[in-house]
Design a protein around this ligand. Structure first.
Ligand code: COA
Length: 329
């Protein structure tokens, strides 16, 4: 039994924060942001809404496209670093809004690799025959943890959500084929939010020290992201006897076009083989890959049987690659 993707959906908020807008907020320029990151604008969710709002919208698009009701879901796995609140899980809030009466679910924090972690986890429940319909969501409201006075981070991230449905199939020529995932905790100090957890519970002091905002050592993350994503992608291709010519599409985590370009170069992939949509959304963390996948499917960039490679790198450090054969006609 293999897990196949039978539905996709995504949601991005309407409000656009452009590079020009950011020029008014911090010491930056459209030229710097565009040339260093490839980002032109990002979407920002309303202040009074949380990550679950976007996750529900992405799931609703998916359910409509697949033509099933939320009652049929067995499990919801939600990858996020920006849960609506510490307790309960954001998956619980999504379950309530969708009125998915027959499922269980949980949140998963794999940083920018969260969606790959969640997809790999969900596939196991299908492959064992335990579940028939697993909803996997990647969603983040990064604007909630950004300091809009810190030009190192606030220009990079945005808000958004994407979702896929996993179901079983007996076919050989489609489905999740393989994944390699990694976690190396020495990287924690280069990308983190140190306030508000059990180590440093929220106090006036943690807020004064801005510990509730995202901190990033961009250079270290940049270097490791290129190495991590390209090494692991080459490894999984070799393991499955595939060359760059066999890969129809690489859907990489959208953190920086220079990272994506370097990885594509190391993998010997052409521009046409790589999905890039960072220009309009920035880095939506767990949202980037499922949003890019849903948009690519809408644009008819893949057909059933195509080899798709997913690859991501992020906080932890957590990274990995997945190979799948596309399964929606
Ligand atoms: N506008 C203008 N200047 C900026 C700036 C901004 N928004 N952000 C940083 N700078 C400045 C820096 O302060 C630095 O100035 P200095 O030389 O006077 O100290 C200069 O630009 C160069 O900074 P540097 O960090 O070397 O830039 P970079 O080329 O490494 O690009 C990132 C910075 C953040 C775009 C890049 O490192 C990156 O994309 N990192 C990975 C991000 C990522 O993927 N994160 C998510 C997890 S996957």
């Amino acid at each position: 039994m293999k897990a196949i993707i039978t539905g996709v959906g995504h949601f991005t908020p309407e409000h656009r924060l452009t590079n020009r807008d950011l020029e008014q907020m911090v010491d930056t320029s459209d030229e710097w942001i565009t040339s260093r990151t490839g980002i032109k604008e990002r979407r920002i969710l309303d202040k009074d809404k949380g990550t679950s709002y976007m996750a529900v919208k992405a799931a609703e698009m998916l359910l409509k496209q697949r033509g099933i009701s939320a009652d049929e879901l067995d499990l919801i796995i939600l990858a996020t670093v920006t849960p609506d609140m510490p307790v309960p899980s954001t998956a619980a809030l999504v379950q309530k809004e969708l009125n998915a009466k027959n499922c269980w679910g949980f949140d998963l924090n794999g940083g920018c690799t969260g969606f790959l972690y969640a997809l790999a986890t969900g596939a196991q429940f299908i492959e064992t025959g335990k579940h028939q319909k697993v909803l996997v969501i990647g969603a983040d409201k990064m604007s909630a943890i950004l300091n809009y006075q810190d030009r190192n981070t606030c220009v990079i991230f945005g808000d958004g959500a994407g979702a896929v449905l996993l179901e079983p199939s007996e076919r050989d020529d489609t489905g999740i084929e393989d994944f390699i995932l990694r976690l190396e905790g020495w990287g924690w100090e280069y990308l983190n939010v140190t306030g508000g957890g059990s180590l440093n519970p929220a106090t006036h002091e943690t807020v004064d020290k801005k510990m509730h905002y995202l901190y990033q050592d961009g250079k270290t993350v940049f270097k490791n992201a290129i190495m991590g994503m390209s090494d692991i992608s080459l490894k999984i291709m070799k393991k499955n006897n595939l060359t760059s010519k066999d890969i129809n599409l690489l859907i990489p985590h959208q953190a920086n076009t220079r990272i994506i370009d370097s990885v594509a170069k190391k993998l010997e992939l052409t521009e046409e083989q790589v999905v890039v949509n960072i220009e309009g959304y920035g880095n939506t963390t767990a949202g980037t890959i499922p949003i890019a996948m849903s948009e690519a499917w809408q644009k008819k960039m893949m057909k059933s049987g195509d080899w798709i490679m997913l690859s991501a790198f992020g906080a932890g450090f957590a990274w990995g690659s997945m190979l799948l054969r596309w399964s929606i006609d």
